[in-house]
Design a protein around this ligand. Structure first.
Ligand code: AMP
Length: 430
């Protein structure tokens, strides 16, 4: 792991003037920790494995060196690689929204290259024809979701034999979304001699196996916690059945400019939107069943502040980058601790102050403890005035939290009994 003193500005990282000028225009005042730590090694051609969330500035970490390499490569090579449908820099991402977002960021970083570098995004859910047209004559950078990329390869719209840099963005998510087979099919098509950069918020076994297979003596960077200093996590306990009322109360009380609310199922999005609407709050929904056009429209409206409350599922909101999103609310807890990290990473991005709020009732309690344990956080349970948890329940929660005093004799047996008494209190009350 690298823990160097961080360069204070982008010029010290070795970036070239057209990129530096653009960063100044974009008001990037200084590199984020991952940029400061990784960009020099990536520019030097090293493989990289980085533990970083969206919000950490990871896109620029791979995009800027990639653009610089492409811009500096000799013209002769360039023409060669663009003859035929070849790609030089390939970025694999888990979702279409992320594909568009990453491609947009790259295009924006490259404005002072005056069109010298071609970037294309391809993803499922829309017609492949326009994407095939865009790929004619090859592309310098391709941002792709795995399934659509395989389709395009099988129709000869693009070839991977000349890839020089491969980026796996949000590798954990890619694997957890079931892209394992597609990914290994794609990796088989790539040349051995290339630079590989892997970004992942978490490192479950599957990702570790992938890194071992793919990376060659990589530089490793693990951010302590991407934005621990700017993102405040809070958890509110609430009686079961009172979550919607509490949520409506919080939205009205805080008047957040934008709030992103996570639920676990597509129909829960509509259901919650209806319930909020009855309480005078207008919310839009965003999930995988919405057509691509509708998703883009909703997202743009949310980003521009036209929509204040957006209710989304994990898959739909994955990797979204919404500037200055003040609050993310877990109405339903995410299924996995890593999803929790991904969700809360939507707020408090790149130095902005953000709030990640979880609303938990008794049924969520144990699950939340697991999320905390895996993510190595421990949050104080809070209650909101007017929505206090019933006293018996509150006591039971406290008891569940405390390690029990070791009784004489068989400690295990007594502990078990007490926990089940607490369960009984809950069951009686609900
Ligand atoms: P990412 O983690 O790549 O999704 O980036 C999160 C957000 O931070 C994006 O809106 C970027 O434009 C922004 N960003 C990235 N690097 C910096 C920086 N050094 N200074 C300010 N904003 C940045």
């Amino acid at each position: 792991m690298i823990t160097t003193t961080m360069p204070a500005n982008f010029a010290e990282l070795g970036l070239i003037p057209p990129l530096l000028a653009r960063l100044t225009e974009m008001e990037y005042q200084q590199p984020t920790p991952i940029q400061a730590q990784a960009i020099p090694s990536v520019l030097a051609g090293c493989d990289l494995i980085a533990g970083a969330n969206t919000g950490s500035g990871k896109t620029a970490t791979f995009a800027l060196p990639m653009l610089q390499h492409l811009f500096e490569q000799p013209q002769s090579n360039k023409t060669q690689s663009s003859k035929g449908n070849y790609v030089t820099g390939l970025i694999l991402v888990p979702t279409r929204e992320l594909a568009k977002q990453v491609a947009d960021s790259i295009k924006s970083y490259a404005v002072h290259f005056n069109g010298a570098i071609k970037t294309v995004a391809v993803f499922g859910g829309v017609s492949a024809n326009t994407q095939m047209l865009a790929l004619r004559g090859g592309t310098d950078i391709l941002v792709a979701t795995p399934g659509r990329l395989l389709d395009l390869i099988s129709s000869n719209a693009i070839k991977l034999d000349r890839v020089k840099t491969l980026v796996l963005d949000e590798a954990d998510r890619m694997l957890s979304l079931g892209f394992t087979d597609e990914l290994s099919a794609l990796l088989d098509l790539l040349p051995n001699n290339k630079q590989t950069l892997l970004f992942s918020a978490t490192f479950p076994e599957q990702v570790q196996a992938l890194t071992q297979e793919l990376l060659n003596d990589p530089v490793e960077i693990q951010l302590q916690s991407a934005d621990a200093s700017t993102l405040v996590q809070r958890v509110f306990t609430v009686n079961k059945g009172e979550k919607t009322a509490l949520l409506a109360h919080l939205i009205k009380q805080h008047q957040w400019q934008q709030a992103l609310i996570f639920v676990n199922a597509k129909n829960s999005c509509e259901h919650l939107a209806d319930k909020l609407s009855k309480r005078g709050i207008t919310a839009e929904v965003f999930h995988g069943d919405k057509g691509q056009g509708a998703r883009t429209r909703v997202l743009e409206a949310f980003k521009s502040g036209e929509i204040e409350v957006l209710i989304a599922t994990d898959i739909a909101a994955r990797g979204l980058d919404i500037e200055k999103l003040p609050v993310v609310i877990n109405f339903d807890l995410p299924r996995s601790p890593s999803d929790y990290m991904h969700r809360i990473g939507r707020s408090g991005r790149a130095g902005e102050v953000g709030l990640a709020l979880s609303l938990i009732d008794y049924e969520d309690y144990h699950h939340f403890k697991i999320i905390e344990k895996k993510n190595k956080v421990r949050l104080e349970r809070e209650q909101v005035e007017g929505f206090e948890v019933d006293e018996t329940i509150s006591d039971a929660l406290l008891a569940l939290d405390k390690p029990m005093a070791k009784p004489e004799g068989s400690g295990k047996k007594k502990r078990k009994n007490k926990a089940s008494v607490n369960e009984d209190i809950w069951l009686r009350n609900y």
